[in-house]
Design a protein around this ligand. Structure first.
Ligand code: PA5
Ligand code: NI
Length: 197
């Protein structure tokens, strides 16, 4: 039913947004896409030399977001998905930059959609732990916990996310000090390893 063209205030309108049920791809006006390539990830992987020798144009991850109110507006919700490509820099899995929310006490939900990966979490005391992410898994990220996704599989890894419109993304702490542990392949399996490597 497409009644969105009518001007009657009582008309039943089409929704502004739809998601493809299989992929959770967002479709509609106002959906934004941001992509990160290897060249955008300077200093984030343990082996910077190995990263520099790889194709700088290789896609590492992309994020679709729907932000119906201005960023910073209290009380709103943003919705999106992230797809991390399969790959490694030496033995470290492709991952997102990772961030903590600028505003404390703004939590977030992630859920697994496709592929498999790991959600790396770090608290304010720099204690890091990780949760396995798979289609159907649900992850509550507390408001003061830094978060990063890594693709530990062989196919693109997609998650959905819902976060507060005033949460903000603070990348400074992670860019400066990283997480206290990294997800690396050890003996063919993903392992969370403490330290800089
Ligand atoms: O809001 C979130 O936590 C996600 O949408 C992330 O922003 C997304 O996964 C990309 O990660 P990052 O922002 O750390 O580059
Ligand atoms: Ni977040």
């Amino acid at each position: 039913m497409n009644t969105s063209q009518t001007s009657s205030p009582l008309a039943v309108r089409d929704p502004a947004l739809t998601v493809q049920l299989e992929s959770w791809k967002l479709m509609g006006e106002g959906v934004t896409l941001s992509e990160k390539k290897l060249k955008d990830m300077n200093g984030l992987f343990a082996d910077e030399e190995a990263r520099r020798l790889m194709d700088p144009e290789a896609n590492v991850y992309k994020v679709q977001s729907y932000m119906p109110v201005a960023e910073g507006t209290p009380g709103g919700l943003f919705f999106g998905n992230t797809t991390v490509q399969p790959g490694k820099v030496r033995d470290e899995y492709f991952m997102t930059r990772g961030h903590i929310h600028s505003k404390a006490r703004t939590a977030e939900y992630y859920w697994g959609i496709k592929g498999e990966g790991v959600l790396i979490l770090m608290d304010v005391n720099r204690v890091t732990w990780a949760e396995r992410v798979f289609p159907g898994s649900l992850h509550y990220i507390a408001g003061d916990v830094a978060h990063r996704l890594a693709n530990s599989g062989l196919v693109p890894f997609t998650i959905g996310a819902c976060w507060y419109s005033d949460a903000g993304h603070n990348y400074d702490e992670i860019e400066r000090n990283g997480f206290s542990a990294r997800l690396v392949e050890v003996g063919g399996v993903p392992k969370l390893v403490e330290g800089k490597l």
